[in-house]
Ligand binder design. Structure first.
Ligand code: SAH
Length: 253
C-alpha cells in the first residue's frame, strides 16, 4: 500500500448538508485541491495546504493529487455536491487508468455528497419520485449533437430530467435550444423548476411551465428540472407551490 487519497463531496453549499465523514476526512487531509470556490469552503487550519485551480484543469489537478498521495501526503480532492456527479471522482480514476501503475496501490476513499438534484428536489417537494435522469447540458466535454440526442431520448422516454450546467457566459444559447427541442416533445404545461444556489445565501427557486420557461432564469449556479407527464404542481395559499412526481403511472392517466 502506498499513499492515501480522499475524493470529497462538499454538498450543495450549506455546511449542515455536508456528511460527517466529509468533515472527518477534511480534518485529516494535508492538502486540499479543487476549483477555487469549493476549496474556499474548506475551513483553514494550520498545516493545511490549499491548491486552488481553474475549473478546466481537472485531469492535471487529479494527477497532482495522486502524486501528492504517492509522496506520502494525504490530499483531499473536493467537489461540490457529490464528487461522482459531473465532478472530480471520474477525473481521478481517468488519471489512475492512464497514469503511473504505482497509483493503483493508492488507497482511494470517495466520500459521497448531496448532489444538486437532490438538494433542489428536496426544496421543491418530490419531483424525482419516479424515474428520472441527470444530464449535463455542457458541450465542453461532449458534442452538442450528443447533448441534444440524449435530451430528446430522455424526454421521449418520460424521464424527469435534472439539467446540470444549464448555461454559462461561454454557453449562452444552449438552454434556449434545449427548451425549443423539449417543446416539440412535451406538453406546454409540463412543470419546469429553476433551482439556483440551493442551500446558499443567494438561493432562489422558481417554478413555471415549459410554455413560459425562459433561459435567462438560469445561471451557472442553477439546476433546471424538467418534469414528466406525472409531475404535478400543488399551489399553496401564499402563491408558492410544491412540485412532485406521482409514484404510479397508471394512477396519473
Ligand atoms: N458535483 C456537483 C455538480 C457539479 S456540475 C453535484 O453533485 O451537485 C456544476 C453544476 O451543478 C452547476 O452548473 C449547477 O447546475 C449544479 N449545482 C451545483 N451546486 C448547486 C446548487 N447549490 N444549487 C443548484 N445547482 C447547483
Amino acid at each position: 500500500m502506498s499513499g492515501r487519497l480522499f475524493i470529497v463531496g462538499l454538498g450543495p453549499g450549506d455546511a449542515s448538508l455536508q456528511t460527517p465523514r466529509a468533515a472527518e476526512v477534511l480534518a485529516q487531509a494535508t492538502d486540499v485541491l479543487g476549483y477555487i470556490p469549493y476549496v474556499a469552503r474548506v475551513p483553514e487550519r494550520a498545516g493545511l495546504v490549499r491548491h486552488l485551480t481553474d475549473n478546466r484543469e481537472e485531469i492535471s489537478r487529479a494527477r497532482h493529487a495522486l502524486a501528492l498521495a504517492q509522496a506520502g501526503r494525504t490530499p483531499a480532492v473536493v467537489s461540490s455536491g457529490d464528487p461522482g456527479v459531473f465532478a472530480m471522482a471520474s477525473a481521478v480514476f481517468e488519471a489512475i487508468e492512464a497514469g503511473d501503475p504505482a497509483w493503483r496501490e493508492i488507497e482511494v476513499e470517495v466520500i459521497p455528497g448531496v448532489s444538486a438534484m437532490f438538494a433542489a428536489a428536496a426544496r421543491l417537494g418530490a419531483p424525482l419520485g419516479h424515474d428520472f435522469c441527470a444530464l449535463s447540458l455542457s458541450d465542453n466535454l461532449k458534442p452538442w449533437e450528443v447533448v441534444l440526442e440524449r435530451l430528446t431520448a430522455a424526454a421521449r422516454a418520460g424521464f424527469v430530467i435534472a439539467l446540470y450546467n444549464p448555461i454559462s457566459k461561454a454557453r449562452p444559447w444552449q438552454l434556449g435550444a434545449a427548451f425549443e427541442r423539449l417543446r416539440e416533445i412535451l406538453a406546454p404545461e409540463t412543470p419546469i423548476a429553476f433551482a439556483r444556489a440551493v442551500s446558499r445565501a443567494d438561493e432562489r427557486l422558481l417554478t413555471t411551465d415549459l410554455a413560459q420557461a425562459r433561459p435567462q432564469d438560469a445561471d451557472m449556479s442553477s439546476l433546471v428540472l424538467i418534469g414528466s407527464a406525472q409531475t404535478r404542481r400543488i399551489e399553496r395559499p401564499d402563491g408558492r407551490s410544491w412540485l412532485y412526481t406521482r409514484r404510479s403511472l397508471e394512477a396519473a392517466s
